[in-house]
Design a protein around this ligand. Structure first.
Ligand SMILES: [Zn+2]
Length: 75
């Protein structure tokens, strides 16, 4: 069983299933997103489901943890 060392926050609590889900969300959250407007990789989540580009100020509604809700819903 391999575990990423950079992943912190939950430790061994809450059981394996939730931790697995948390890992996926955490990775998605930390991954760089491409701005649909200017193609810069500077899209940031300002609130749950709201993404804003740090480069051009473009704001887009998306998933809670990813810009594309369809992608986030794939399990
Ligand atoms: Zn942009």
């Amino acid at each position: 069983m391999t575990r990423s060392k950079s992943l912190r926050g939950l430790g061994s609590k809450y059981g394996g299933t939730l931790r697995k889900r948390y890992t996926k969300v955490f990775r998605t959250l930390k991954a760089k997103k491409e701005c649909p407007s200017c193609s810069n990789m500077r899209l940031k989540r300002v609130a749950s489901g709201i993404w804003k580009c740090a480069s051009c100020g473009y704001t887009v509604a998306g998933g809670a943890y990813d810009v594309s809700p369809a992608k986030a819903q794939q399990r």
